[in-house]
Ligand binder design. Structure first.
Ligand code: ADP
Ligand code: ZN
Length: 627
């Protein structure tokens, strides 16, 4: 089965001659309880089940796991899954066992006894799937163990970890290129949600996936509504979002610094919201415990640095909020992508303001590394800023960044729902830049944004009188705009590279390009920030998200809550995350369709055979019990 050409006949042979192996569709229906494949799933599954290699780029929530789990179930032997996420292996195995799939893992968290049991199960062919940490494969004893059983396939999850330029790089991934040499007949499938062409090429090269078919899905996440709010008082804005749109929902709040993580988590807790902190500075046990609580319980808010999130496959994260500007569009996409894996409407919300631009430019200026490195950071930031400042559909711009076309007018981003006005900011830009120029020239003293705005607005503050800035020709020329509008002008000039901030003093400076504006050789287009807390933001749910579900009626909502309570108890009893029992999407369908018996229940998406047996009576009981 080494060569792709010989692989297909072998699949046909084994399927018809043995007549035992279920088809992928059988497995999808009986084991997972789903009706049909999504997107490229079927093609991918057939490719791998047929003994060929595949490279899969699919967004989070796209359904990557089935792409290796089903081939592992239809092929002889055990599917070996390489994953960097040791802390999540137990949950992954629990979720599979709840489906009646025989699964195990080997990693450093186990004692010798536990390990021996799993090894024995593998040798005797009792495992459908075996999860391995990448460093295990470097150990000769692991390789010998694998030789003592039958390997159905290798799945390399989070394959972008092989990329040395990404922030998820794991040196052990580099060794995975050798899999093909040691086990030439075993098909390999590499999967990632990282979208760039560059990463894809790097994965193929480093993992030696020469013959692999590439499957690149659309990176659109139609159920996520993207919103960027002008940052004004961020905590209040966040609280408003949680209270008006996401009461009781699970979500992630990303902050840049550890200190702001802790502070925000505490503030939320004081407001009666169940919030937990997560950052690399916390002791490992605290981190693990907080992560487990977030995964296991309903409605927990995780406040975290970007150290949190890779591989978190909690399906019902309803919102991802950024209190600080992400450093790149890739990061933004990955972090927001953790919302709504289950396909239900979810929110990606970002608060963004002048101080973010100043802070990030400063961090880049001070960062270690050569000029080329700083340039790369700058260009990543510029793309992120362009996304924040756009007056066009954010989804279209986001996808264009990853080289995918989208017609725009998505209806589920803030610029589509509440179109910002574009305006000709050339004159305003000239005023602000010339104020900066004058301060710089005449006094050899530099001043921050607040002072510049005071000059433009003609305010005789003590500082202005002290420096006689009321004598400048630009004093009071900007009374037509408010303080907030001038700050927005400054922010957009910074974002467009027409103004910069001195990293030592935080004061404003002109750039090489500023001269073009001052010399009237360049127009400056600007976006008028919508007023904060505008009406559209107060909707109960983002209306435009093209999700599979619509809002539940009050009666159904009540039933749904009852099912959730039942699920929480069942999950607790078995020590597994709530979503391992049933996903929200399944509970919602049960709440609306109200199946009367097991047979009707089995027709609902997400209810496979094992779950029907294990939970069928329980959920029907909860459904039909009067409170
Ligand atoms: P990924 O690993 O790509 O982020 P998952 O494999 O976790 O995505 O799948 C996302 C969600 O979609 C899961 O809840 C999964 O059970 C569900 N899912 C996957 N494939 C299908 C399908 N064909 N039909 C219905 N639901 C599916
Ligand atoms: Zn849009």
């Amino acid at each position: 089965m080494t060569h792709p050409d010989t692989a297909a006949p072998e699949l046909d042979g084994s399927a018809s001659a043995l007549d035992l192996a279920p088809t992928p569709l059988d497995v999808l229906r009986d084991v997972f309880g789903y009706d049909s494949f999504r997107g490229d799933q079927q093609d991918i599954i057939e490719t791998v089940a047929g003994g060929n290699d595949a490279l899969v780029l699919m967004p989070t929530g796209g359904g990557k796991s089935l792409c290796y789990q089903i081939p592992a179930l239809v092929r002889q032997g055990t599917g070996v899954v390489i994953s960097p996420l040791i802390a999540l292996m137990q949950d992954q195995v629990d979720a599979l066992e709840a489906l009646g799939v025989r699964a195990g893992f080997l990693n450093s968290t186990q004692d010798a006894d536990q390990r021996r049991q799993v090894e024995q199960a593998y040798r005797s062919g009792e495992l459908d799937l075996l999860y391995l940490a990448p460093e295990r494969l470097g150990v000769e004893s692991t390789a010998r163990l694998l030789d003592q059983g039958t390997i159905a396939l290798f799945a390399i999850d989070e394959a972008h970890c092989v990329s040395q330029w990404g922030h998820d790089f794991r040196p052990d991934y580099l060794r995975l290129g050798a899999l093909a040499e040691r086990w030439p007949g075993v098909p390999r499938i590499a999967l990632t949600a990282t979208a760039t062409q560059h990463t894809r090429e790097e994965i193929a090269e480093r993992l030696g996936l020469v013959q692999a078919r590439h499957f690149v899905a659309s990176f659109d996440r139609p159920n996520i509504t993207y919103r960027v709010a002008p940052k004004d008082s961020p905590f209040k804005q966040l609280l408003n979002l949680l209270r008006t749109e996401h009461e009781g929902d699970a979500g992630i709040v990303y902050c840049l610094s550890r200190a702001s993580v802790e502070k925000t988590a505490q503030q939320l807790t004081e407001q009666g919201i169940r919030a937990l902190p997560y950052h690399a500075g916390l002791p490992a046990q605290v981190r693990a415990a907080n992560q487990a609580t977030f995964l296991r319980e309903d409605g927990v808010v995780m406040v975290a640095t970007i150290a949190f999130g890779m591989g978190i496959d909690k399906p019902d994260v309803r919102f991802v909020a950024h209190l600080d500007l992400p450093k790149s569009v890739e990061g933004y996409y990955q972090e927001t992508g953790r919302a709504g894996r289950d396909g239900l409407p979810s929110t990606a919300w970002l608060a963004y303001g002048l101080a973010d631009v100043v802070q990030q430019r400063k961090m880049i200026a001070e960062s270690e590394g050569d000029l080329a490195h700083r340039r790369r950071l700058s260009s990543h930031l510029d793309a992120m800023l362009a996304l924040c400042e756009t007056v066009e559909c954010r989804r279209a711009q986001l996808l264009r960044y990853f080289g995918q076309e989208h017609p725009g007018a998505c209806g589920a981003c803030d610029t589509c729902q509440n179109p910002p006005e574009a305006w000709d900011g050339t004159v305003a830009a000239q005023k602000l830049l010339s104020a900066v120029f004058r301060l710089d020239r005449e006094r050899n003293q530099r001043f921050g944004v607040g002072h510049v705005v005071d000059i433009l607005r003609g305010k005789a503050t003590p500082k202005i009188t002290q420096w006689s800035h009321d004598e400048l020709t630009v004093f009071g020329v900007g009374e037509d705009l408010s303080d907030g509008e001038w700050r927005s002008v400054a922010r957009q000039l910074l974002a467009q590279g027409l103004l910069e901030v001195d990293s030592n003093h935080g004061t404003l400076l002109l750039t090489e390009d500023s001269g073009e504006v001052l010399g009237r050789r360049r127009e400056v287009r600007m976006r008028r920030d919508p007023a904060p807390a505008a009406g559209a933001r107060r909707q109960a749910r983002p209306g435009g998200a093209k999700a599979e579900a619509v809002a539940l009626s009050d009666a159904d909502q009540e039933v749904f809550e009852r099912l959730r309570a039942w699920r929480a108890a069942a999950a607790k009893e078995q020590g597994v995350p709530a979503y391992v029992v049933f996903h929200d999407a399944t509970l919602r369908t049960v709440a609306t369709e109200r199946p009367g018996d097991l047979d009707a229940l089995s027709g609902i998406s997400g209810v496979g055979q094992a779950k029907l047996e294990r939970y069928g009576e329980g959920i029907l009981g909860a459904l039909h019990s009067p409170e």
